[in-house]
Structure formats: C-alpha cells, structure tokens
Ligand binder design. Sequence first.
Ligand code: SF4
Ligand code: MSK
Length: 631
Amino acid sequence: MSRTNHFTTIEQMEADTAKLRETACNVCAETWEDRAKAQTPHCKFGEGGICCRNCSMGPCRITPKSPRGICGANADAIAARNYLRSIAAGTSSHSDHAREILHVLKSASRDGNYQVRDELKLINLAKEWDVETEGRDIYDIAHDVADVGLLEFGKPEGTQRFLTRATEERQKVWKEQDIEPRAIDREVVTAMHMTHMGNSADAEALVRQGLRMSLANGWGGSMLGTEITDILFGTPTVWTTEGNLGVLESDMVNIIVHGHDPAFSEMLVTACEVRELVDYAKTKGAKGINVVGLCCTANEVAMRHGVRMAGNFLQQENVILTGAVEMMCVDIQCIFPALAQLSQCFHTKFITSSPIARIPGSTYVEFKPETAFDQAKQLVREAIDNFQNRDESKVYIPPTKQTATVGYPTEQIIKHLDNVTNSHVEIIGTYKPVIDTIRSGVLRGAVAIVGCNNPRVRPDYSHFEIMKELIANDILIVATGCAAQLATKAGLLNKDAKYLCGAGLRRVCELVDIPPILHMGACVDISRMMLLATGIAKDWGVDITQIPVVGCAPEWMSEKAVSIANYVVSTGLDVYLGIEPQVNGSDQMMEIITQGTRKITGAGYIINTDPHQLVKSIIEGIEEKRAALGI
Ligand code: SF4
Ligand code: MSK
C-alpha cells in the first residue's frame, strides 16, 4: 500500500455526507444541499453586484435598457458601493470580536473566571504601547492594555498602532496612498457614509476606502483579537490531535463548540474536564465527556488544548445529523440558523450565547465574563442529562478521522527554525533559514491558504487539489480557518503528508519536523500570516511585494473574507481567488480589483474558478517573483 493511501479523499468525505443525508431524509430534515438547489439559479443582478437598495426610491437594477438607477448611479458605482459594504461587514465582524475579547481582558483577575496566561506577551505589548510595566501588578498592566486597545476603535486622532509593525516600505506606501487606517469604528462609519444615497459614485474612491478599512481589520481589529486572545488563553503551541466526524464518540456525551470567540469555548472545554462532571456523566451511562470543535472555534481550542475537530463550515449540519450530539454551543459568526430547526429533529440542545448571534429556536444563555465558568458547568451538566434522550435508531457516526499536528503561530515557526539552526547564532530568532531554502530553490515559495467552503464549488475539492499540487511543487503552505480544517480532515496536517511533497519540501519537513501545511489558527489569525510575511521581507531585506509568498482563498464565502482579501492585497501580497467577488456587473470594478489596486498597493486579485488553473497561476506567480529577484 502506498503511503498516500493514508489520506482521506474528497470522495470518501462525500460518501460520509451522503450517508448522513439519508438520516436527514429519514427525519424529514433539509440540509444546505437542498436549499442551495432551491436557490439555483442565483439572481444575476446580485451576482454581478448591480442591484442597489440603498434608498427607498429603489431597488434599482442595472440592465442594458436601464443603465442607471433613479439617482443616476451606474453599474460601477453600485457594484463598488456594495463591495465596500461587504468589507465594512467583514471588518466589523472581526473587530467586534476583538472588542469583546478586550472587554474580557478588562475583566480578568487573579481569582476571577479569566486570567492572563501569557504574561510575556502582555508585557511586550504593554511596552510596545508605552504602558508602564515596572513594579506593577500584572492585572493592572492588563487592564491598562485593554483600555489602550479599546481606544483603537474610537480614538479621535491618529492611525492604528500596529501599523508600525509593518515594513518601512509598507508604512510609506500606506501613507503616500492615504490608506493608513484611523480608528476602526471610524473607517466603518466612513464606508457606510460614503455608500449612503447621494454620496460617492466613484468606484476607485470607494475601493480605496475598502483598502483603508480592511487595514483597520488586518492591522487593527484582527491583530488585536489574536494578540489579546493569546494573552488571555496562551499563545498556541504544537499539538497532535484528530479531525473529522469520527472524533464524535458513540459512548460519550458529545458537546460541540462552534463559532469564533474562544471566551465561551475555553470555559466549556475547562468545564468538561471537571472531575465531578466527568463522574456525573458516568452515572448517566456515558464513558465520559467528549468536547469537540467546529469551524474556527475548533481551530482556537485545538491549538491551545489539542481538542479534536469535527469539521469545517459545510460540515456543521452533518455533525447534528450523526444523532450523537447532546449539545451544540455556539458563539458568533458562520453559524447556520438552520441548526436550530435541525437540532429539533434529534435530542440535540442548541445553545446560543451571544447577543450578536440570536437564532430563533435556540436556547439563549447569554454568556458573561463574571459568571462564565458557572454557566459553562451548568451547560455541561444539562448536556450530560440529555445523554439518556439519545435515540440510538437515529445514530450514525462516520468513522472517518485523521491525525493532525496543529498550532504554528509565528512564535512556533521561529522556534522550530531555531531548533535546526542552533549552531548559527546570527540566524537564531529570524526567518533566515527559511529564506535561505527559498533562495536556494529547495523551497520555491509559500502560500497562505485561507477561507471557507462555498456551495458554488464542490466542497473542499478546490482546497484539496490546490494543496496537493502546491506541496508537490515544493511550496510550503500556511493555513487558517476552514481551509486548515480541510487539511485536517484530509490528513494533510499529518507529518506523513511529506510523502506527497516534492523532494525539497520533504527534506525541509524532515529536518524541521513539521507537516508541509502549517496550521496557524482561525480566520481572525490571518493577522499572524501578515506578521509572518512581514518578518520574511524584513529578514530578507526586500519589499513585501517581492517575496515569493501569496495568499489564496479557493472557496471563500463570507464578508470577512472580502475584508481579509483586501488587507492582504493592501499588505502587498497577491490574492488568488477561486470564487469571483460579486462585482462582475461592472467592468471597471473587475479591472480595479485585478489590476487597479496594483498601482496603489503593488498587489491584486487573480481569479479563476477552476482549481487546477488557479494553482497553475499561483505557481507561475511565484516563479515570476523568483525570477524578478534573480533566484
Ligand atoms: Fe436606486 Fe440610487 Fe436609490 Fe440606489 S441610491 S436605490 S441606485 S435611487
Ligand atoms: S469559520 S469565515 S467559514 S473560514 Fe472562520 Fe470558516 Fe470562513 Fe467562517
């Protein structure tokens, strides 16, 4: 048997889904596949971004016969305004998530529900922000840091503090192009103001605001979210865990944590380890409590606790369809409202916890930092009580799962590089070893693969095909979000995946003892990738636009992804998209997002819905950058 037979194919994943859809049929439930079919064909005006309902004179739709809305806005203005509003929603989502985490830091105390777990990171951030640290209690420092962070959202003057982490070249570009982001809330409010009826109709001006607002996300909200989460819950470290539906256990109480904000899931994970509750589960006939993650919450808890991962975005209904879930606890973002109704076909308790994500049919338990642990223990107790209500005739858990090595924030990447270079003191703590392997051609470059699933394409297929092709061509991958989850399910985060790599990447994996795809976290953690690319450019001594590193979102779907793609482009890295942004009703907008931004930031989109063509252009793009560097 070849080593590659250890991996799970898309066909195997689809066979599991097909079995679960039989269960759906038996309980008269619908799934996203049914709803996607019912929504097809999609509205062409919506797809092209040329339907405007920004005032009640409309909605106005652009056609050859009616090329302007009632106010005179044309396709370019309407598509650009809709695009900017998507970036505003995405920026708001990541940034509001960060704001919540900052409030949790503000509430942290030595004897409270939340403590500071990474004191060094807190001290470093305090110093970066000129918060006094000498002789002070760590919690006083934490509260001051939280206050400074919270001001990033609404300060009346100045730009985002984290911009100074970027290369000097990037900072110069942002200043010269007038896209340095000011307060996060201000950038979103400005975008909403610009897109109000009777304001901007200039597509380029609208896209420029999109770039600036996205930077308020990537180098503001998202970076804050990641930093503060690390301070509160610990900077991730490397764990070996497992992923896919086979992590659900037939003889244990299964609790799912789903969403993005780890403040809730961290408490639930801790509560599931409480001896008294584990014993209580045993009195109810279960062997124990099995807490597993879904979507980006899975990434968060896997890389801090090794918690196993049930799957990614389009797998969320499959998890309930196993019939073996006692409770699903959700926080924010990417949660199908359909889960509430689906849970009612089984014994599953569906718990919402945030005022940001209220879903009819759920049980709402508003999670508060002051009472978090008691609330988590109460929920776990209720899940245990629910074990006896499981209907065995409805249970089918696909056995498929894979081993995964996760948890490679920049700190871990540097640590692993240091481990293999400890005889060269001058390159300790730098990216120079990886730069040397890229320069010499052992590695051709690196790609950050991020993003969701989208029913517009065969789920997970594009991720899988692109990942396999890139590693076979000696291109290292860093992954976050649901793309990282596919890599988990497929077995590509297993160190054995080196057998799918080209000779150069395989050698690097063996030497550094890493898988060829490095799991960097949740979608909010793409800020880690920006710092990684920045570190490589700084240590290389070239502009960030020159390094053979690019971003790729093969199956993106959310407005967060639109904001992310814009901050990656603003950071100077090309972004390869497998799903077309909804602006193709405007030729000008298609030109701006693929070419026009290059004049502003030095980077742009390359779009191709065929994953094989897309990966071909990624490799060509990387080789072009190498050639331009003379390597
Ligand atoms: Fe129509 Fe203009 Fe109103 Fe939009 S803002 S709905 S294009 S009239
Ligand atoms: S969960 S934003 S589907 S990555 Fe972050 Fe996955 Fe995309 Fe949500």
